[in-house]
Ligand binder design. Structure first.
Ligand code: ADP
Ligand code: MG
Length: 269
C-alpha cells in the first residue's frame, strides 16, 4: 500500500500545471510584451541590471501578466505562485515589479485607497532591505512604500478601531501607503487592535516563506493571512523562498488556500 500511496502522490504531483511560459530573456520585453510602466522600466535600468536573473526570467512572465493563457490555469484567473530560488538570485525584483505594475494599472480610480499590497518578511533587517529595494523601483511612480513600525501604529490603530469619526472622513485610510512591508507580529498586533485597518489588500507576498511558515512564525503569519483575508476576500498570496519544504507546500495549500487554481510551483533550485 506504501507503493500505491507513493504512486498516488506522484500522480497528484504530475497533475499540477506546468508553467509553459517563455522565459523573459530581456528586460525590454517587459515593456513590449507585458505593458510594464515606463517609469518602473527606467528604474530597473537605472539599477544597472543588464539581464534578468534566472528567477526573474521564470517568474516575471507568470506574475506580470494575468491575461496570459497558461496550461492548466484558466484565463484571467489569479495565479498563486510558489517560487523557489537561491539566496541572492534576485527574488525581490521578481515580485516587486509585477506588484508595482498591477497597482499602477489601477491608479486612476482612487489614490486614497490605502494599502493594496502587503509584503511579509521574518526580520526587521529584511523588511528594511525590501523597503529600500522597493523604493528604488517605485521611484517617480507616485506609489508609496512604507515599513510597518511597532511604535507608530497602535495610536492610529486604536483610533481606527474606535471609528476615528471626529475629524476624519470614514473612508480615509489609516495607513497612507500603497505597499506595506512588515514582520508578521507587528502587523498582526496592528490588525488585532484594528481589524478593518486594511480592507483592500490584493496581494500578500511571503518573502522567505519557509521561515515565515516554520514553527516559530507560523501562527503569526497565518494569523495575518486570516485577518487580511477576512476583510479582503479576493486576496492572493505568493511564496518566495530559497527552500520550500513539502510541509510548507502543504501548509500553503491547506492554510493559505492556494488551491483554486492549484498553485504553480516554480523551482529553480
Ligand atoms: P534574493 O531575495 O533572491 O536573495 P535579492 O532580491 O536580495 O535576492 O537580490 C540580490 C542582489 O542582486 C541585490 O543586490 C539586487 O540588487 C541584485 N539584483 C537583482 N536583480 C538583478 C539583475 N537582474 N542583475 C543584477 N543584479 C541584480
Ligand atoms: Mg530575498
Amino acid at each position: 500500500s506504501k507503493i500505491a500511496e507513493a504512486e498516488k502522490a506522484k500522480k497528484k504531483k504530475e497533475k499540477r500545471p506546468e508553467l509553459l511560459v517563455p522565459p523573459l530573456t530581456d528586460f525590454a520585453d517587459l515593456r513590449t510584451k507585458y505593458k510594464l510602466s515606463k517609469r518602473v522600466y527606467a528604474n530597473i535600468l537605472a539599477q544597472g541590471y543588464l539581464t534578468p536573473t534566472e528567477v526573474q526570467m521564470g517568474a516575471l512572465p507568470v506574475f506580470m501578466n494575468r491575461e496570459l493563457e497558461l496550461e492548466g490555469v484558466e484565463k484571467d484567473s489569479p495565479i498563486d505562485l510558489i517560487t523557489c530560488a537561491p539566496t541572492g538570485s534576485g527574488k525581490t525584483l521578481a515580485y516587486i515589479v509585477p506588484v508595482l505594475n498591477q497597482l499602477l494599472a489601477q491608479k486612476t480610480t482612487d489614490k486614497t485607497k490605502g494599502v493594496r499590497a502587503v509584503i511579509l518578511a521574518p526580520t526587521k533587517e529584511l523588511v528594511g532591505q525590501i523597503v529600500y529595494e522597493t523604493k528604488k523601483l517605485a521611484k517617480g511612480t507616485g506609489l508609496k512604500v512604507s515599513q510597518m513600525k511597532k511604535g507608530s501604529q497602535p495610536m492610529s490603530a486604536t483610533a481606527a478601531a474606535a471609528g476615528a469619526s471626529s475629524d476624519s472622513t470614514s473612508t480615509e485610510p489609516v495607513i497612507k501607503s500603497d505597499i506595506l512591508v512588515s514582520t508578521p507580529l507587528v502587523l498582526l498586533h496592528a490588525l488585532e487592535s484594528a481589524p478593518t485597518l486594511m480592507t483592500g489588500i490584493q496581494h500578500l507576498v511571503l518573502d522567505e516563506a519557509d521561515v515565515l511558515l516554520d514553527e516559530l512564525f507560523r501562527t503569526q503569519t497565518l494569523g495575518v493571512w486570516r485577518q487580511l483575508r477576512s476583510t479582503s476576500p479576493s486576496l492572493r498570496a505568493s511564496l518566495w523562498s530559497a527552500t520550500i519544504s513539502s510541509s510548507t507546500e502543504q501548509l500553503a495549500i491547506t492554510e493559505l488556500s492556494l488551491t483554486a487554481p492549484p498553485p504553480s510551483i516554480l523551482r529553480l533550485i
